[in-house]
Structure formats: structure tokens, C-alpha cells
Design a protein around this ligand. Structure first.
Ligand code: UDP
Ligand code: MG
Length: 312
């Protein structure tokens, strides 16, 4: 008997793409000849995705359906999927067909070679604005510099995890989950597969720039304390500059007397220092807020219903 493979699919208002997604996954899995479980995680959809998935689960015994009590966001939905996946290998894939299911046999092949995490890297991204692609690239560079564990640049969430990698990720307790970082943090042998990312098959992206910004902050704050050190360095730099400037003013007054001016320089210094202080306070606030959130120890998500498929 072959090992069971679970495909985890976070779904938030994806009614338009679900039929095509299910068809393509079924084709690929049939060709791969693996025993499989399709675990759909309904992340509080309100566009009819839920009822459609329920009907699908009733009809296709490979389909498991986990419904969350409301929209918790993609990272929580994927975490819920990892918690409920029963397979020996787990593949996380977006519902919108931007991640081609046709890559699954390749992911499985690398897993059988002994890799615990097979992640995918997007060689190109179609149908995404230059601003999104550019900001994503920039973010991954910064992340790569700041974080103690290297997070592969341009790697998506589309990936395969072995059972022990899944268990390792599940054991990490933080509630601000930056999964790409967590996957990197657990280590284990990792392999990479490159592909060309398609445009969304239908529907539209749930990630506004605001959401992406917050996600990026989660990534940086949970994997690096470097921004906190910024205040120290800024303080040292401004003190040095202030000292030099003070020396200059002193000498100038001694040599040329004091013809009153100084208002513009005063204002510039006051505004500059005010700005630096507010930025530093903001950075501390970001960390403090996250520490506060973690200290509440709330569950990552709540389950409204779970209907496991047949496990044969
Ligand atoms: N998603 C989710 N909960 C959310 C937002 C998104 O489960 O709150 C799912 C969504 O249904 C899709 C995947 O996460 O399967 C990726 O979302 P999207 O395509 O909007 O992100 P993008 O590809 O633009 O990064
Ligand atoms: Mg997408």
C-alpha cells in the first residue's frame, strides 16, 4: 500500500475556480497513482464555496472538508490544514490555480528521494502588477539579510512537507505565523523546484497592499530583532553628529561672534530628532503588540465543522 498524500487547500471565496481546481487535482493525482486526501480548509467563505465543497465532500470520498468559524487569514487556514492532514506527506497549494497541480508528481519524486521539505520557487509571475512583484522581491531580500535562518527568496507557500516536518511546524506555538519563515526554521533536508507562476484562473487576490504590509511586518518581527537595534545605532549616529555640530558652533561663535541666527537649524534638528524618536517608538510598539498578542494564547483558528474523507 502506498503512503497517503494530503493536499491542503486554503479556500477563501474561491467559488469560481473550485470546479477547475478539483478537476485538475483529480487528474494529476490519478496519473500519479498515489493514495490521496484533498483537505479543503474553508476559511470563512461567504460566496457559496462552503456549500459547494460540502456537496463535493459528499460525492468524492477522497475529499476532507474543514470549515473554520470565520475568516482567519491564509496562514491560520494553512495551519489548520496542517493540524488536520492525515497524510505521510502534505502538499500545500493555493486554490486559485496559480500554483500548477501538475508539479505535484515532481514534488513527490523529490520527497521519495529523501527531502523533508520540497519548496517551489517562482521563476516568473504572470498577471501580477510590477508593484507587487517588485515589493515582494525587495521584501525577500531584506528578510534574507535580517533573519537568522535563511528564508529562500521568491519561494511560495506551494510546497511539500514530510510528516516529521509537518509535526515540527505544528509544534511551534507562535500565533503570528509567518509560515515561510517557520518552514525554514525547522530545517531538515530541503529541495527546490522552479516553475512559472500563472495568473489567477478566476476571482481576485485577497491580499490588499495593507494586508501584505502587515504580513511583511509579521515576517520581519518574528524572525529578527534587528529593527530594535536600530534605535541604538540611530542614537549613536545622531549624538556623534550633534557633538560635531556643537563643536563647529562653538568655534564659529568664538571666532566670529554670534550674529543671532540659528532658527532654521534649530527647527531642523528638533523635527529630525522628533521623527527619529517616533519611528523608534513605533518599532518598539510593533514588537510589544506582538508580544501582547502572543501572551493572550488564543487559538489560531476555531473549527466550525470537520468532515474527514474515507481513509482507505
Ligand atoms: N486565502 C485564505 N484566507 C484568506 C486569504 C486567502 O484561505 O484570508 C487563500 C485563497 O483562497 C487562496 C490562497 O489563500 O487559496 C492565496 O490567496 P490569494 O490568491 O488571494 O493570494 P496571492 O496569490 O495573491 O498571494
Ligand atoms: Mg493567488
Amino acid at each position: 500500500m502506498t503512503a497517503l498524500v494530503t493536499i491542503v487547500i486554503p479556500v477563501f471565496n474561491e467559488r469560481a475556480v473550485l470546479p477547475a481546481l478539483h478537476r485538475r487535482l483529480a487528474e494529476v493525482l490519478a496519473a500519479a497513482g498515489e493514495r490521496s486526501e484533498l483537505l479543503f480548509v474553508d476559511d470563512g467563505s461567504d460566496d457559496g464555496s462552503g456549500p459547494w465543497l460540502e456537496a463535493l465532500a459528499a460525492e468524492d470520498s477522497r475529499v476532507s472538508l474543514l470549515s473554520l468559524s470565520r475568516n482567519f487569514g491564509k496562514e491560520a487556514a494553512v495551519s489548520a490544514g496542517l493540524d488536520h492532514a492525515r497524510g505521510e506527506a502534505v502538499i500545500v497549494i493555493d486554490a486559485d490555480l496559480q500554483d500548477p497541480p501538475e508539479l505535484i508528481p515532481e514534488l513527490l519524486r523529490r520527497w521519495r528521494e529523501g527531502f523533508d521539505i520540497v519548496y517551489t520557487v517562482r521563476a516568473s509571475r504572470r498577471g501580477e502588477s510590477w508593484l507587487k512583484v517588485g515589493s515582494a522581491r525587495w521584501f525577500y531580500r531584506v528578510m534574507g539579510r535580517l533573519s537568522a535562518v535563511p528564508v529562500p527568496a521568491d519561494a511560495g507557500d506551494y510546497r511539500l512537507l514530510s510528516r516529521r516536518a509537518v509535526d515540527a511546524v505544528r509544534a511551534l506555538p507562535e500565533s503570528h505565523r509567518y509560515l515561510k519563515g517557520l518552514y525554514a526554521w525547522v530545517g531538515f533536508p530541503q529541495a527546490c523546484v522552479t516553475y512559472h507562476r500563472e495568473a489567477r484562473a478566476a476571482g481576485k487576490s485577497k491580499w490588499s497592499y495593507w494586508r501584505l504590509w502587515n504580513h511583511a511586518l509579521d515576517g520581519i518581527t518574528s524572525f529578527s530583532a534587528a529593527p530594535l537595534k536600530l534605535a541604538t545605532w540611530l542614537g549613536l549616529a545622531t549624538s556623534t553628529l550633534a557633538f560635531l555640530y556643537g563643536l563647529y558652533l562653538l568655534l564659529r561663535t568664538l571666532l566670529y561672534g554670534n550674529p543671532v541666527p540659528g532658527y532654521p537649524s534649530l527647527l531642523i534638528v528638533v523635527l529630525f530628532l522628533g521623527g527619529v524618536q517616533l519611528i523608534c517608538l513605533g518599532i518598539i510598539g510593533e514588537y510589544l503588540g506582538r508580544t501582547y498578542d502572543e501572551s493572550k494564547r488564543r487559538p489560531l483558528y476555531l473549527v466550525k465543522g470537520y468532515r474527514p474523507g474515507a481513509d482507505d
